[in-house]
Design a protein around this ligand. Structure first.
Ligand code: HEM
Length: 453
């Protein structure tokens, strides 16, 4: 489709893409995720109309630290509730149409992570609209929440069914104590820098629908074009982290505090400061971790055996960079994603090894045009499987679907170290696939009644 757009590959319609899809979040922020159910089609469309003035486009500002913003996305059930015609619904990606709960077995959401145990209403057909409201400070968050509230309150037929506060610490560290959100690709045609110094910008069609992607093709884009263009898919997951269990595990496996820190870093692929093992394999280097010009400037090509960073470490699995053989390296670009992870719940104070019963973790958000070959591929083939690194029985030691029997290999001389009995450190509390439409598409959704009813 759209051969004209294919030839104008770098002209990205920033003014038609939601701000939060392309821009990174500020270094520290507070925010909330809201989920809504639409019981009445007209009320749902009115909600979209009321939200339109608060949704900024990606053209708005280059500095997220300066303002607060709202993003909106819909589940398959949500688009249906708005009255999107069936032939259009059928044109969306199959995983999105099925919903995340239906993909549980494939994604490794089994046992405690299975949808039977998910927090209500996550994964249920009641989840229709997802809003994220983010701000660099609490005052601006409150005024924005108020505007979002006004959009749905007093609308009989739209119910707020879930609210989750979230935040990012100024250190960027999340519950396991590691700085997150460092590795982000750059998208061609946006001017928004990625963090991968050495990584060529990725084609726009990998992230936003309607542009050529890394395979050279455009599509498939949901129809009608006005709905699909400049939209993108999201995978939203509430991931509970068992921080005390993780700390206890490291304590039990290590002979000293230094070794404990080293094993923790080997699992992640970075030190708590964000400094990559590939650049400082022996000990943390907080200066390097803080330095955006250096903390992502590395590959694994000189460390194929994983003596510095194990092939099974979380970050190396999630983005093997140049570690795969030549033919497969090109493939790495087909599995990149924007991540919009955030913390929820109180941090477990440093040094505490006992579980305090608090719910804490990460709201993981994937943004990309190809949920199957990006989010699902990385989760199933790279995090939950070890075939690609020659260790079929091993899963990601941190975020993989471990069940107490797994192992993690740390290459070292003279003989490798193998950690056993890996418990699940991350449990899925729920999730959903969403579609974040472009601005024109939101207007189209708000006015659907004129054409279809
Ligand atoms: C609670 C679960 C998770 C935790 C605690 C976690 C933690 C981290 C940390 C600390 C980093 C290093 C910082 C950085 O490079 O940005 C990272 C990187 C990354 N994670 Fe996760 N993660 C989790 C789940 C996931 C999932 C489910 C996926 C994908 C399906 C994923 C994909 C990635 C990617 C793509 C990177 C960047 C790798 C790079 O470019 O070098 N993570 N994660």
């Amino acid at each position: 489709m759209c051969s004209d757009r294919a030839s104008a590959s770098t002209t990205v319609e920033l003014d038609d893409i939601q701000f939060g899809m392309i821009h990174q979040r500020p270094a520290s922020y507070v925010g909330a995720y809201l989920l809504l159910r639409i019981d009445d089609r007209q009320a749902g469309r009115k909600l979209v109309k009321r939200l339109l003035p608060v949704i900024e486009s990606a053209r708005s500002s280059s500095d997220p630290a300066q303002h607060a913003w709202v993003s909106v996305a819909f589940t398959y059930q949500g688009l249906k509730a708005l009255g999107v015609p069936q032939d259009s619904l059928d044109s969306f990606a199959p995983e999105f149409r099925q919903g995340m709960a239906a993909r549980a077995a494939e994604l490794g959401d089994v046992g405690e992570s299975s949808p039977d145990h998910w927090e209500k209403p996550l994964g249920s057909p009641d989840v229709h609209v997802a809003l994220s409201v983010l701000s660099p400070d609490a005052a601006r968050l409150e005024s924005l929440l108020e505007r979002a509230r006004r959009a749905h309150e007093e609308l009989a037929g739209v119910e707020l069914i879930w609210h989750q506060d979230c935040y990012q610490l100024p250190t960027g560290r999340t519950s396991f104590g590691f700085k997150d959100g460092i590795g982000q690709p750059a998208m061609e045609g946006t001017g928004v820098p990625g963090s991968g110094a050495g990584e060529r910008p990725i084609k726009a069609g990998e992230f936003i629908l309607g542009y050529p992607d890394e395979t050279g093709s455009t599509g498939p884009v949901p129809t009608p074009e006005v709905l699909g263009l400049n939209g993108t898919y999201l995978a939203f997951r509430k991931l509970h982290t068992r921080v005390a269990a993780y700390r206890q595990y490291l304590r039990a496996k290590a002979a000293s505090r230094e070794e404990e820190a080293l094993l923790g870093a080997k699992m992640v692929g970075r030190w708590p400061s964000g400094a990559p093992l590939a650049l400082c394999p022996e000990r943390d280097d907080p200066g390097l971790g803080r330095d955006p010009d250096r903390n992502n400037r590395f590959g694994y090509g000189d460390d194929l055996r994983g003596f510095k960073c194990p092939a099974g470490a979380h970050t190396r699995r999630a983005n093997p960079r140049d570690a795969l053989d030549h033919e497969m390296s090109a493939d790495v670009r087909l599995h990149r994603m924007f991540r919009r992870g955030t913390s929820y719940g109180p941090m477990l104070p440093e040094g505490v090894l006992e579980d305090d019963g608090a719910d804490r973790g990460i709201i993981f958000v994937f943004v990309g045009a190809h949920p199957k070959r990006q989010f699902e591929f990385v989760k199933t083939q790279w995090l939950n499987d070890g075939i690609f690194i020659g260790a079929p029985a091993e899963k990601d030691p941190l975020a993989g679907a471990n069940d107490g029997s797994g192992t993690f290999t740390v290459p070292q001389r003279p003989i490798r170290r193998r950690l056993g009995n890996l418990p699940p450190f991350v449990t899925t509390r729920g999730g959903e696939y969403c579609f974040a439409p472009g601005i024109r598409a939101l207007r189209w959704l708000a006015e659907l009644d004129i054409r279809n009813d």
